[in-house]
Ligand binder design. Structure first.
Ligand code: FES
Ligand code: FES
Length: 224
């Protein structure tokens, strides 16, 4: 058995014969970077040239945007959007209403809940362009720090949050629930709110807040 040590062959790529492909690992750091840089220039140059040659009007059409008119919190917005833009991304990225949160972006957490014509929906599952003529309400349109909606005040009173990330979705969902058929008990509220996940586990206080508002509404109906 041979005891000869096998050393990796050191190949200088600049001097490598034409018929012998360079071996991976045979580059010096300098020659590798030199080759990478040359390749980068070769790839980037035609794209850069093309970008310069494109007429701005043609570029705008290529983007595939369309004018979309949305009524959000009582204000009409005329926006230039791609058809694929979700209502959630439109609200957060275009209109800058960042109170609506993105948790999963897949309809599983409820952080993105808003109202469309008074009905709660997951805005991550809906395209913005579908909502021309609808009245969209976000947490910013529900109340203000000085004039909170009863549900916002109830969440504050009952500590219905910890980190707060899910809270705007929880509150929008809870307000939507007030107009829906829902049994009187805590487990009915938990069921109706099951689409809103709270990683902090603030559920008991959320249920208390919702039940407090429901109780007051019921009392007002009795008094009326
Ligand atoms: Fe829409 Fe989670 S971000 S349901
Ligand atoms: Fe933190 Fe609900 S308060 S996720």
């Amino acid at each position: 058995m041979s005891t000869e040590t096998l050393e990796p062959e050191i190949v200088n790529p600049e001097k490598a014969p034409e018929d012998k492909p360079p071996v991976f690992g045979s580059y010096s750091r300098r020659s590798f970077l030199a080759r990478l840089g040359a390749t980068g220039v070769a790839v980037a140059s035609p794209a850069a040239a093309m970008a310069q040659a494109v007429d701005p009007q043609v570029a705008a059409i290529r983007k595939g945007t369309h004018a979309v008119h949305l009524s959000i919190n009582g204000k009409l917005h005329t926006l230039q959007l791609e058809p694929r833009v979700t209502l959630l991304d439109c609200l957060r990225e275009v209109v800058q209403l960042t109170g609506t949160k993105k948790g999963c972006d897949h309809g599983q957490c409820g952080a993105c809940t808003v109202h469309v014509n008074g009905v709660r929906i997951n805005s991550c599952l809906s395209f913005a362009a579908m909502h021309e003529g609808d009245e969209i309400t976000t947490i910013e349109g529900l109340g203000s720090p000085n004039e909170m909606h009863a549900m916002q005040a109830a969440f504050v009173e009952h500590d219905g949050y910890q980190c707060g990330y899910c809270t705007s979705g929880q509150i929008m969902s809870a307000v939507g629930l007030l107009k829906e058929p829902c049994g009187p008990d805590d487990h009915d509220v938990r069921e109706a709110m099951s689409g809103n996940i709270c990683r902090c586990g603030a559920y008991p206080n959320i249920v208390k807040a919702v039940q407090m508002v429901r109780g007051r509404m019921a009392q007002q109906r009795v008094d009326a």
